[in-house]
Design a binder for this molecule. Structure first.
Ligand SMILES: NC(=O)C1=CN([C@@H]2O[C@H](COP(=O)(O)OP(=O)(O)OC[C@H]3O[C@@H](n4cnc5c(N)ncnc54)[C@H](O)[C@@H]3O)[C@@H](O)[C@H]2O)C=CC1
Ligand SMILES: CC(=O)C(=O)O
Length: 316
């Protein structure tokens, strides 16, 4: 049977994700939903009209959902559900300021996903990301491996872009890695970063690497400050769409994602940014990599910070 993906939330993140997923042409159907009357249907109509130009066969279906789960039948049979529903930040806000409002939304969406798409892999993007991923797992009661969050792909892409710009080299020659939380305890990993296969630490001085690490941590806030009305969506949607594609293709690709950690790095029982092999059932395996002592300490610090917040959302 053909593959089906649902994107919940037809705002900036959801609509650009739906577009990327449709243009990949690996799904039979992309469903996009929102609580706003008409918007998902309008986006679907528009995206389908681009098929003849972009040359994809995927059909996009747009559905408005109601407060009691009306409309959710449309997501039945989804292999993947990407949850983008929720408020974005405004200038001056931290992702954590969205916690209470988005927790209500993500819980309601997750309960409907569990009811109507019980076999789906769920990719959460709503912020604060690490906490909303934990909440989605609790609300769906899906196995941990089938619920993951998107953050590391984006943060890593930002780090790579900043390195490429600083050195004026093609971005494809740069490999970086970012672990930890999608927040203040984000852990960019210079020891695993390379330029043309050579260590980043040989390509630029330590102070410059530290500047780019800080810039990466502030990557989302920098975009929010310029946009003023919301947060980034082009790079974020590229990240989530790649993850959904890896699930659909059961590719086994190793990606930095927010995944349930169960003993890796000596850390257990928390959703945290780590590298993982992604396949049809979500996280096939968390991939541990050698870290410098300070990077490992920072990862442990991130785990404890998000563990405390994830406990808070469990009681919401
Ligand atoms: N994890 C990450 O790396 C990133 C996360 N984000 C987060 O993604 C979320 C969405 O961002 P944008 O699309 O830019 O915001 P947006 O405001 O453009 O869109 C959010 C959409 O969610 C919809 N929505 C609200 N409640 C809903 C419900 N119960 N069911 C279905 N849809 C519902 C709204 O009507 C709106 O259309 C935000 O929480 C933002 O912080 C954004 C960028 C990166
Ligand atoms: C909004 C957000 O989380 C980001 O751009 O990183």
């Amino acid at each position: 049977m053909g593959k089906k993906v649902t994107v919940v939330g037809a705002g900036f993140y959801g609509s650009t994700t739906a577009q990327r997923l449709a243009e990949y042409d690996v799904f039979d159907t992309v469903v996009i939903t929102d609580i706003v009357e008409g918007k998902p249907a309008g986006l679907a109509l528009d995206l389908n009209q681009s098929r003849a130009i972009e040359g994809f066969e995927t059909k996009v279906v747009g559905v408005t959902t109601g407060p009691n789960g009306e409309g959710y039948e449309a997501i039945e049979g989804s292999d993947v559900v990407v949850i983008t529903a929720g408020l974005p930040r405004k200038p001056g806000m931290s992702r954590m300021d969205l916690l209470e409002t988005n927790a209500k939304i993500v819980r309601q969406v997750s309960e409907n996903v569990a009811k109507y798409a019980p076999s789906a892999v769920v990719i959460v993007v709503s912020n604060p990301l690490d906490e909303m991923t934990a909440l989605a797992q609790l609300a769906t009661q899906f196995p941990h491996q089938r619920v993951l969050g998107q953050a590391g792909m984006l943060d890593t892409a930002r780090f790579s872009n900043f390195v490429a710009e600083a050195l004026n080299v093609p971005v494809k020659t740069v490999k970086t890695l970012t672990l930890g939380s999608h927040g203040d305890t984000m852990v960019p990993v210079p020891s695993k970063s390379t330029v043309d296969g050579k260590p980043l630490r040989e390509a630029m001085p330590a102070e410059q690497i530290e500047e780019l690490v800080v810039k990466t941590r502030n990557g989302g806030a920098e975009v929010v400050a310029l946009l003023k009305t919301g947060s980034a969506y082009y790079a974020p949607s590229a990240a989530a769409a790649r993850m959904a594609k890896a699930v659909a293709e059961d590719s086994g690709e190793v990606m930095p994602v927010c995944a349930w950690v169960d003993g890796e790095y000596g850390i257990s029982g928390v959703y945290l940014g780590v590298e993982a092999e992604i396949g049809a059932q979500g996280v096939k395996r968390v991939v541990e990599t050698d870290l410098d002592a300070d990077e490992l300490a920072a990862l442990n610090e991130a785990a404890e910070a998000v563990r405390a917040k994830q406990a808070d959302v469990a009681s919401m």
